[in-house]
Design a protein around this ligand. Structure first.
Ligand code: PRX
Length: 662
C-alpha cells in the first residue's frame, strides 16, 4: 500500500496547509507515474501533429456497426460533423458489448440509498432492464428522434431511462431533480417532449418530497406530452391519469425482453440538456452520438487513468447535470467501469457519509466539485479521518475554480498526500473534459486546470482575438472536438451568435476569462457573461431576475453574483417594489420561495436588497457592473453614464449597513 500521511485535524492541519500554500508545483507521485496509463508526454505532440488521426484512434475503441468515411467535416463551420457515415448504438457500446465480452457479472453501479439500502447492479442486469424499458417506450409509440424527458432522483432507474432512450434513438432531455416542476414544464415545452419519466416522490434528507403530483400541476397543458412513466420509489400514493400515466415497474415487467440495438448515424442526436445562458431562456445543448461517445470514453479513461478491472470510480455529481451525463453514465459505462452511485446529500445521514462509502466500496477514483470540498472542510477533517480512505489513488474536481486551500485540503486530508488531483475544466457545451492534467505526466499547480487535453486547442486572447502568451484574457477554443455541441436545439441562429460570432465561425467563444502563466498553464477565472456559478451550478442572472419580477409585489430586479466562501458565488438581488418603499424579512422569504418554485432552490437569492430605483443609463439599461462593484465591496467604477447618481449612493449605503443576509 502507498504510504499514508498521518491524519491531521484542527490547528495542526491548518498550520500544515499554510506551509503547503508555498508549494507551487506538485509532480505526479512516483508510485503513480510508473503505473499510469499515459506515461509519455509524446502523446501531446502526437495529437497535435494529427488531431483527426488522434481522435480516430480514440473512436476505434468503440464498436461501430459501420465505419466512418471521413473523421471530420468542418466545411459548414460552425456546424461540425464527426465520423461521417459511421453508424453505432450508444447503448450497445455501454452495455451489450461488455456483456458479450463476458463482463455481464461485473457491477456497473454500487447504488447506495439515502436510508442505507444497497443495490449492486451488474452489466447484465442493467442491459436486461434497459431492453425492457426500451421496448415499453416503443410500445407507447416513442420512436427515433422523439424527445423523452427524464425527471428523476439519483436512483438506478435514471440510468436505465437514459440508456433505454439511447437504445431506440430517442434523445433524452434530463432535468436536474433539484429544479422545480415549472422548470420541467418549460424544458418539456421547448423540446416538444412526447414522454416524461418521473417518480412518485423523492427523498430529501429523511423527508419525502412528492414529485408526481407537482409534475401533474404543470404538464397538463403540454400538447406533445402523451406519456408519463412513473417510477415507484417511496411508495407514496399518487394520482395516475388514465391513458397518459403508466407505472414503470408494470410496463417493464410486461415488455418483451428482447430489443435489438439498432445502429444510428454518428450524428444522430443523443440528448438535449438545457443550461443557463445570458438570457432568461435556457439553452438546449444538443449532443450527438459518435463524437460525444468517443470524447467522453477517451477522456474518462485517460484523465482518470482508468483500470476498469480494478478501479472503483465515483463521480459524486447528479446525473441531471452534464457531469453526470458524461462521467456517471456514458464515459464510465463505455469503459466497463464499476461506479458508486449515492442517492442522498453529502451530510445525510451524517457528515461522514461520503467517506463511509469510499471505505465501504474501496473507491479508488473520486470526482467532485470544489463547493463540496469546501463544505467538507467546514465540517472538519475529523469526518474523513473516521474512515479508511487508503483505497483512493486519484482525485478530480470540476465545475468551478478551486481555491488553493481547498485543493490542498483535498490533497492532504482526503488523498493522504499520495493522490494526484485532476482539476478538469469543461462545459455542458463541450461535452467532455477539455483542459486538465493527465495525472501520470503533468505536474499540477493548485488552482490551475493546467493544459489542454491532447487534440484540444485552447487559447487566451485579448479583446481583438489576438493570442496572449502570458496574462489574462478570454478563453477560446480553436479547433473542433468530437464531443462539441452541434447546435442549440432548434435554434441554429442563437448557436452561431452566442459561440461563433465574436471571433468568426471557426473560433469558439467559451464565455470564461482565463489567465495563462509563464509555463503555459491555464487558470480559469470565471464567467464573462451574465452567468453566475453557485455551488458549481450554472445560473443565469436574467432567469433569476425574471423569476423575481414575476412576484406580484416586485416592480424591478437586478441580480449579480458576489464571491462566497462556501458556494463560490452567491446570488445578490436588488429589488424595487411596486409602489416603492422597503419590504421586510417576511417578503424576502416569500420572494425566495417564489424563485424556488419557478426555478429551484439553488436559485434562491442569498441577499435581497431593497432599492428605490436601480442604477440605469440614460437609455434605461441597468448598470449591473456597478451593482457588482457594491456587492463585491469594491470602489464604484465609472458612473458618468448613470442617469441618477443618487440611486447608487443609496444602494451602497444599504449594502455597507449589512442589511439582508439570509
Ligand atoms: O465557468 C466555467 C465553470 O463552469 C462553466 C461550465 O458550467 P456547466 O456547463 O454547468 O458545466 C459544469 C461541469 C462541466 C465553465 O464555463 N467551470 C467548469 N469547470 C471548471 C470551471 N471553472 C474553473 N475550473 C474548472 N475546472
Amino acid at each position: 500500500m502507498a504510504d499514508v500521511a498521518t491524519p491531521l485535524a484542527g490547528t495542526e492541519l491548518d498550520h500544515e496547509l499554510e506551509r503547503m500554500l508555498a508549494i507551487e508545483r506538485f509532480d505526479p507521485p512516483d508510485g503513480f507515474r510508473e503505473k499510469a496509463l499515459v506515461s509519455d508526454p509524446a502523446v501531446y505532440e502526437r495529437a497535435e501533429r494529427d488531431p483527426e488521426g488522434w481522435w480516430a484512434e480514440q473512436a476505434r475503441a468503440l464498436d461501430w456497426a459501420e465505419p466512418w468515411t471521413q473523421v471530420l467535416d468542418w466545411e459548414n463551420a460552425p456546424f461540425a460533423k464527426w465520423f461521417v457515415g459511421g453508424r453505432l448504438n450508444a447503448c450497445a457500446n455501454c452495455l451489450d458489448r461488455h456483456v458479450e465480452a463476458g463482463l455481464g457479472d461485473r457491477v456497473a453501479y454500487h447504488w447506495y440509498g439515502e436510508e442505507g439500502e444497497q443495490r449492486d447492479i451488474s452489466y447484465a442486469e442493467l442491459l436486461a432492464e434497459t431492453k425492457r424499458l426500451a421496448n415499453a417506450l416503443l410500445d407507447r409509440g416513442i420512436k427515433a428522434g422523439d424527445v423523452v424527458g427524464i425527471y428523476l432522483p439519483m436512483i438506478p432507474e435514471v440510468i436505465v431511462a437514459m440508456l433505454a432512450c439511447a437504445r431506440i434513438g430517442a434523445p433524452h432531455n434530463v432535468v436536474f431533480g433539484g429544479f422545480s416542476p415549472e422548470a420541467v414544464r418549460e424544458r418539456m415545452e421547448f423540446s416538444e417532449a412526447r414522454a416524461l419519466i418521473t417518480v412518485d416522490a423523492a427523498r430529501r434528507k429523511g423527508k419525502t418530497a412528492a414529485i408526481k403530483p407537482a409534475v401533474d400541476e404543470v404538464v397538463g397543458g403540454l400538447e406533445h406530452l402523451e406519456t408519463v412513466v412513473v417510477v415507484r420509489h417511496t411508495g407514496e400514493q399518487v394520482p395516475m391519469q388514465d391513458g397518459r400515466d403508466v407505472w414503470y415497474d408494470e410496463i417493464v415487467a410486461a415488455a418483451d425482453p428482447e430489443c435489438p440495438a439498432e445502429p444510428f448515424d454518428a450524428e444522430h442526436p443523443l440528448y438535449v440538456l438545457y443550461t443557463s445562458g445570458s438570457t432568461a431562456k435556457p439553452k438546449g445543448i444538443l449532443h450527438t452520438t459518435g463524437g460525444y461517445l468517443t470524447g467522453v470514453a477517451c477522456t474518462h479513461r485517460l484523465v482518470f487513468d482508468l483500470d476498469a478491472d480494478h478501479d472503483v470510480y465515483w463521480c459524486a455529481a447528479d446525473v441531471g447535470w452534464v457531469t453526470g451525463h458524461s462521467y456517471i453514465v456514458y464515459g464510465p459505462l463505455a469503459n466497463a467501469t464499476t461506479s458508486v452511485m449515492y442517492e442522498g446529500a453529502p451530510d445525510y445521514p451524517g457528515k461522514d457519509v461520503w467517506w463511509s462509502l469510499v471505505e465501504r466500496y474501496g473507491v479508488t477514483v473520486l470526482y467532485t466539485a470544489p463547493t463540496a470540498i469546501r463544505a467538507c472542510m467546514k465540517w472538519g477533517a475529523e469526518e474523513p479521518n473516521k474512515h479508511d480512505l487508503s483505497s483512493l489513488r486519484l482525485l478530480g474536481t470540476v465545475g468551478e475554480p478551486i481555491n488553493p486551500k481547498a485543493w490542498l485540503w483535498y490533497h492532504r486530508v482526503v488523498g493522504g498526500g499520495r493522490c494526484p488531483i485532476v482539476d478538469t475544466w469543461w462545459q455542458t457545451e463541450t461535452g467532455h473534459i477539455m483542459i486538465t492534467p493527465l495525472p501520470g505526466i503533468v505536474p499540477t499547480k493548485p488552482g490551475s486546470a493546467t493544459r489542454p487535453f491532447p487534440g484540444i486547442s485552447a487559447d487566451v486572447v485579448n479583446a481583438d482575438g489576438e493570442p496572449i502568451d502570458e496574462g489574462t484574457g478570454l478563453l477560446v477554443l480553436r479547433r473542433p472536438w468530437p464531443g462539441m455541441l452541434r447546435t442549440l436545439y432548434r435554434d441554429d441562429e442563437r448557436f452561431k451568435e452566442v459561440y461563433w460570432s465574436r471571433f468568426g465561425e471557426r473560433t469558439y467563444l467559451v464565455g470564461d476569462a482565463a489567465r495563462k502563466d509563464e509555463d503555459g498553464y491555464f487558470w480559469i477565472l470565471g464567467r464573462i457573461d451574465d452567468v453566475i456559478n453557485v455551488s458549481a451550478h450554472r445560473l443565469s442572472t436574467a432567469e433569476v431576475e425574471s423569476a423575481i419580477v414575476s412576484h406580484e409585489r416586485v416592480a424591478e430586479a437586478a441580480v449579480v453574483g458576489q464571491p462566497d466562501e462556501l458556494t463560490g458565488q452567491a446570488i445578490v438581488a436588488f429589488v424595487t417594489l411596486v409602489g416603492g418603499g422597503d419590504g421586510d424579512d417576511a417578503l424576502r422569504e416569500d420572494i425566495r420561495g417564489h424563485v424556488a418554485a419557478r426555478i429551484g432552490k439553488i436559485a434562491r437569492p442569498k441577499r435581497i436588497i431593497w432599492a428605490d430605483d436601480l442604477p440605469k443609463t440614460r437609455s434605461g439599461k441597468i448598470m449591473r457592473r456597478l451593482l457588482r462593484d457594491v456587492a463585491e465591496g469594491r470602489e464604484l467604477g465609472d458612473v458618468t453614464t448613470l442617469r441618477d447618481p443618487v440611486v447608487m449612493a443609496e444602494i451602497s449605503e444599504k449594502v455597507a449597513a449589512g442589511e439582508e443576509e439570509e
